[in-house]
Design a protein around this ligand. Sequence first.
Ligand SMILES: [Fe+2]
Length: 327
Amino acid sequence: MLVAVVGDVHGRFFRVEEWVEELEKNLGEPVAAVWAVGDVETFATPDDHRRKSTKRNMPAEFAAYARGERRMRREFVFVGGNNEDFEDLERFPHGGELVPGVRYLGRAGVRAMHGLRVAYLSGIYAPTRFDRPRMPATSAESSKQAGYFRQADVDLVRAVPSADVLMLHEWPRGIAGRDSAVARAGARGIRQRHWPQVGNPHAAAVVSGLRPRWVLCGHLHVPHAATLRWDDGRVTRVACLDQAARPDGGFLWMRWEGNIVRAVGWGTSGEVNWRPGQPWDERQTASRIRIEPRERRGDEMGAAPSEDEASEHSQPPSVPPSAPDVP
Ligand SMILES: [Fe+2]
């Protein structure tokens, strides 16, 4: 079974469908499902005022699916990011089909899909909101805060006994050291010495408790690959995807046989970049890192991070409960 994974879509659905078609042509095989790691933006109208002003210059193509003018050719499943139509997603706290073929997983939990157990945690960590109740997403501020996960969400996914895959939006902390390619490149403008603290400790705790075979995440708009080896002999491979601006780092395919991945490739060419027994690390991703010029990065990511989010990238408040061993 072929699964395609896509990084932050930010409303650009048409190109994702094109990439899927290209991949199917190149591999001569249909894609069973597309998994998206959040910030997909399923706004039903292109000029929705709740889209962040910095993202308005990206197409809001979901409107074509919402109006029924287009239908997703392949099943599209997503975990929530911090930029979504939260007012609409709140109809489905435990997941649901928004339009035919487009399914939101929900806030946190586990779901059986194609014989695989897929655990998921939507949103990002904001220390100032983590212990506070979530308000209905009715204003710009409450919509922004709806993109932060809460203690109850983390508890839900931490109670999951086992999973083959964990889908996150924000990176788990501890997967990129100071000497990693992303750190050396200064991706996202984050200083090299801060990279060990990038990502959040709660996702790291979920990963170390669950120890799934694969973890998929997005949010930072930079590709990264890492392998975590646990003391019980289990191995977790982490794939962080670039946004869906470019397929080489923002699009990944996995060939599953039962609950084992037999081959993985970045982009749409069908070229295999990993098979069992081969290293899964930044040797596959370093060349795919693209640093946006400063003025453009503001367009794509939003300008300077807010107070809530500031800590998420560079100044974390605490160390992960169980720091994974990053080789
Ligand atoms: Fe994000």
